[in-house]
Write a protein that binds this ligand. Structure first.
Ligand SMILES: [Zn+2]
Length: 233
């Protein structure tokens, strides 16, 4: 594994508290006022009027490969979209963090998936979805838990999986939304976050397998700095 290609990490000298000092591109991690993740505190939330989130996902192939300190999945078709407040965003990639990066009233969840979308102007929206771990499993992770360790071993290894993002999302689409940043360097701001309130459940075996690969990939929560968080029910 060519370690020279990774500039940052989740612990030690290149850990989250030091990201802002690693290089000028990463400065925003320290100087930014709209950083992510955050603790979504119920007391800070205002109701959002508007339209329900519209998701248009289907089963398509994804290219799976290691990117920096995680594994990312890239849709091999450009037709996976989400409509947020009349704006259409296209899915460009997704990945997960273990444990969750966002908190809900200080509660941490076992895993948080990030579905990164872009609109026609290149503006990013990240759809965040927590998952519980339990016996009442609502998503089959057999393929993912097999492939994650394989591709993480080396940047040159790639796999393909057939997946439907619908399976990762709760049926009830209540969500929190706020303006933040990417949660990995460079933690650029101007990112629209949509975080699902409800959760699917994955199995213990799958969670343990993923934890071995991407355990500890959560940036600590950042100050809200007066930003508003809205809730659509
Ligand atoms: Zn992420």
């Amino acid at each position: 594994m060519p370690a020279y290609s990774i500039k940052w990490s989740y612990d030690g000298e290149k850990g989250p508290e030091h990201w802002g000092q690693i290089c000028s591109d990463f400065e925003i991690a320290q100087s930014g006022k709209k950083q992510s993740p955050i603790d979504i505190c119920i007391k800070d939330i205002k109701p959002l009027e508007g339209k329900p989130l519209e998701t248009n996902y289907s089963r398509i192939p994804y290219l799976v490969k290691r990117v920096e300190n995680s594994v990312h999945l890239f849709p091999q078709e450009t037709n996976q979209t989400l409509v947020f407040q009349n704006e259409t965003y296209r899915l460009v990639a997704f990945h997960a963090h273990i444990p969750s990066e966002h908190l809900l009233d200080a509660a941490v969840y076992p895993i948080e998936w990030h579905f990164v979308h872009e609109n026609a102007r290149g503006e990013k929206l990240v759809l965040g979805a927590f998952m519980d771990v339990g016996t009442n499993v609502s998503i089959d992770m057999t393929d993912i838990r097999r492939v994650f360790p394989e591709v993480f071993k080396d940047f040159s290894i790639e796999r393909e999986l057939s997946l439907d993002i619908t399976d990762f999302l709760p049926e009830e689409k209540a969500y929190f939304t706020y303006e933040g940043s990417l949660t990995t360097p460079p933690t650029v701001e101007g990112i629209r976050w949509v975080v699902m309130k409800n959760r699917q459940t994955m199995g213990h075996v799958a969670h343990r397998a993923l934890e071995k690969v991407i355990g500890g990939t959560n940036r600590p929560v950042q100050p809200l700095n007066g930003r508003s968080i809205q809730f659509y029910e």
